[in-house]
Write a protein that binds this ligand. Structure first.
Ligand SMILES: Cc1ncc(COP(=O)(O)O)c(C=O)c1O
Length: 460
């Protein structure tokens, strides 16, 4: 039978040109006998997708790590539950990298709630909520969250980061202004960018600066949305909400508070920053939070007025044009919230543990910044190189603490971030602090040489 089968209709000549082109592409050279205009550009002649500065930074970090002979502290695999002692990359370590603040991820009641919902509803709701994805458990979770904030209503979305992006960009737009704390989370900044509103930041937790920035707008904008976090994820400190609210009112602004790290952490009962500051939660226009920390799953929520929640339910793109939250996720977070409210002793343990860590750290001369000493405790080291070297030593001694480097935090404020939970044992916390102090002292002596070696190796 002839090679030129009907259906393909390719002549031997065309086939050979195609083969020639394919092999040329693989070898990254021009193909003979094929018109130049037909050939796709060789891969190497096209600029890489992505932002050049970020690509450069990733490559630079990799080269620096290789030059220093360090294992990457990123994307390590946790082989089980994110408990205080975890097996990560095959090593049993004291784990300070998980924001399982009240130990509810892994609680058998939370797991059972997820399992029961999976049995009944399956692993996906298989549709956007507006069309076919609505389940009773969504409504139950939203009602329970609204109750925490004494709000009219709440809405849950499938991802915390995307909640800020879609909600902020849908509440304000061109002609409005978004004013955020200088240490705001990326999701807040992206939401403000997408909104197309004027964007300004004020100095971290500095109310005089907030007042000044708000005053600068005059009549040039229609609405002013101030966004702060209830507990800052890199520093573990909180805004003075009681003093902030009168400023917001005076400027006829709206206030949104992101409680990703505040819920379950601040306040006697873990209700968050409003309880911590003794503020009526109805003074805040938009409560935002995530289910990924204390509430042990993933997703985001917004609580507030019935008008706002209805508006988001009817039209927020990230809600409307996205699948509803899986029922096991909603059921697990609902159970986690129930346990959080029923067992305030978890908050008590968290508070005690935070104080044990902070007091030991301060006694050892470590810089823990302005942390309130709850779930997030930074040990601020300054130099990215020293921070990385200390983290590496700790890892080798069985302590996992995440190094946070510029641009995750401002320049010269690189740090190790410790997520302390209600489940850590106080003696483990004291041991960890003493190991940090030891590692820091050792690295202090070797850093100048390491830096010189690094410079030489990177120049080669
Ligand atoms: C303040 C803040 N908001 C939003 C998010 C995003 O939440 P998620 O990780 O659940 O998507 C985070 C993440 O840690 C956060 O710290």
């Amino acid at each position: 039978m002839s090679e030129e089968k009907p259906g393909f209709g390719l002549s031997a000549d065309v086939k050979s040109k195609l083969l020639n082109r394919l092999s040329a592409q693989m070898a990254n050279r021009p193909a003979a006998g094929v018109a130049a205009v037909e050939a796709p550009a060789p891969v190497s002649s096209r600029p890489a997708l992505g932002h050049p500065s970020v690509l450069e930074e990733i490559a630079m970090l990799r080269r620096a790590g290789d030059a220093l002979g360090l294992e990457s502290p990123f994307f390590r695999v946790n082989e089980g539950l994110p408990t205080p002692w975890s097996v990560i990359d095959g090593r049993r370590v004291l784990n300070f990298c998980a924001y399982n603040y009240l130990g509810l991820n892994g609680d058998p009641r939370v797991t059972a709630a997820a399992n029961a919902a999976a049995e009944r509803y399956g692993t996906s709701v298989s549709g956007s909520r507006i069309v076919s994805g609505e389940r009773q458990v969504h409504r139950d979770l939203e009602a329970a969250l609204a109750k925490v904030y004494q709000a009219d209503d709440a809405i849950v979305l499938v991802n915390g980061h995307a909640t800020n992006v879609t909600v902020i960009s849908h509440l304000v737009g061109p002609g409005d202004a978004v004013i955020c704390d200088a240490l705001s989370h990326n999701s807040i900044i992206q939401g403000a960018q997408l909104a197309g509103a004027k964007r300004r930041s004020f100095l971290h937790n500095d109310l005089a600066d907030l007042d000044r920035v708000l005053g600068e707008f005059g009549d040039t904008v229609k609405r002013r949305l101030v966004i702060v976090e209830g507990c800052y994820g890199m520093d573990g400190d909180a805004p003075d909400l009681a003093a902030m609210i009168p400023i917001i009112r005076r400027h006829r602004a709206h206030l949104m508070v992101d409680e990703a790290h505040g819920l379950g952490v601040l306040g006697e009962r873990g209700l968050g920053v409003f309880e911590h500051c003794g503020v009526d939660p109805r003074e805040v226009d938009v409560w935002m939070g995530t289910l990924s920390k204390t509430l042990a799953t993933c997703g985001g929520f917004i609580a507030g007025s019935v008008e706002m929640v209805e508006y988001l339910r009817a039209s927020a793109p990230g809600f409307l044009f996205s699948v509803g939250m899986p029922a096991p996720t909603a059921a697990a977070s609902l159970e986690a919230l129930r346990i959080m409210l029923a067992e305030p002793e978890r908050m008590e343990r968290l508070r005690t543990n935070g104080q044990v860590f902070v007091q030991a750290a301060r006694a050892a001369g470590l810089d823990v910044g302005e942390t309130l000493g709850r779930a997030i405790i930074p040990v601020i080291i300054g130099s990215s190189l020293r921070t990385t070297l200390v983290a590496d030593r700790l890892w080798k001694r069985g302590i996992a603490a995440q190094p946070i480097l510029y641009p995750g935090v401002p320049e010269r404020s690189a740090r190790l971030r410790f997520f302390v939970t209600s489940e850590h044992a106080p003696e483990d916390l004291r041991w960890a602090v003493s190991e940090v102090a030891n590692a820091l002292a050792e690295v202090g002596q070797t850093t100048p040489q390491a830096l010189a070696d690094l410079k030489t190796k990177l120049r080669k």
